[in-house]
Design a protein around this ligand. Sequence first.
Ligand SMILES: Nc1ncnc2c1ncn2[C@@H]1O[C@H](COP(=O)(O)OP(=O)(O)O)[C@@H](O)[C@H]1O
Ligand SMILES: Cc1ncc(C[n+]2csc(CCOP(=O)(O)OP(=O)(O)O)c2C)c(N)n1
Ligand SMILES: [Mg+2]
Ligand SMILES: [Mg+2]
Ligand SMILES: [Mg+2]
Length: 341
Amino acid sequence: MLQYNMYTNRKPGDEMQLKDVGEFNFIRHIQDNTIHDPSTVITGIGDDCAVYSAKEETDQLISTDTMVEGVHFSFHYMKPYDVGYRLMTANLSDIAAMGGTPRQIVLSVAAPEYVDTAILDEVYRGIKDQCAKYHLNILGGDTVRTEGPMVWTVTIIGDVPKGTAIMRSGAQVGDIVGITNYVGYAATGLGALSYNLDGYHMTKVGHQRPDPQIELGQQLRQLGIHSMNDISDGLGSELNEIASASNVSIVIEEKVIPLHEETYELAKYLQTNPVDYALYGGEDFQLVFTAPKSLLPKLENLAGITIIGEVVSGSAQVQMVTPDKTIKTIEAKGYNHFHES
Ligand SMILES: Nc1ncnc2c1ncn2[C@@H]1O[C@H](COP(=O)(O)OP(=O)(O)O)[C@@H](O)[C@H]1O
Ligand SMILES: Cc1ncc(C[n+]2csc(CCOP(=O)(O)OP(=O)(O)O)c2C)c(N)n1
Ligand SMILES: [Mg+2]
Ligand SMILES: [Mg+2]
Ligand SMILES: [Mg+2]
């Protein structure tokens, strides 16, 4: 293996490997010294999108997400078309999480030289169908060779009316906590696919072709919600992100978390806890948000919204009340690319 420490001041044996530091600590660490012209930046690293001012009437949103073969998708469980479709959903979902409208993308692919270009065409068909649906322009990208698995990266640009982007940091004590549609849905589908189980038709499609919640995100922004996050790493992780960015605590109720019947079925079959799929599964691309209590009647009029808890004062804790009224602390342990030990 290449000795990377020849470029650093660390002695052999003192290296802090990425797997020891963890994804989220690493991101905090590189956050220093990133803004060199603060006059245009509204939010930099730390939210679903960065927000910056460019025009009179809107703020711009920008975000990027990568999908790696073997880590984010497997051609055993997903067709090339689905890879493109879900790549777009992952990126659109971060625009949805700000209440924004997607506008443009650039995209890059790293592929082995022996890949049949018909596979790449199919991935592009998935990308283009999603772009057509949301009136998004594909403005450019990059194409490179890799000796490893395929890697796809999209950078997406969107906007919101000036001053209206919904941040993770806006939650207030007394807010209610809501989510859209089902959670734990994509993880159920991935579980069923990886155990090669028959049935589970709905959640398998939930893993292969999830849809972003662009319209609901915009409707929630227009109603005047306080904070929002999309669910890519699991509800547990995303709630913790809102709690720490807003410096509040959150209490949710386990029995009202909307789980699909296929999640209960898989949990029974594998003898696992169904709510764990929602808390730690990820890739649902649903939205979790907090809103003032006064919005409750309007939120109840929107299809697909469930209120699961409330925001309380405290030091960024997330707790869950179980059906037998036990209180469990929900750790920020959703999907982490590098698990700190
Ligand atoms: N390598 C990196 N360099 C700079 N910023 C990063 C890097 N990786 C992630 N970020 C930023 O850290 C924040 C958290 O990233 P992530 O957890 O991937 O967000 P999301 O789950 O919304 O995609 C985001 O603001 C993202 O832009
Ligand atoms: C083959 C395969 N194994 C495991 C997973 C599960 N998985 C991979 S990445 C991920 C979390 C989301 O990806 P990430 O890169 O963290 O997206 P972001 O949070 O940046 O939006 C999950 C649940 C998968 N989708 N496919
Ligand atoms: Mg996000
Ligand atoms: Mg990301
Ligand atoms: Mg993640």
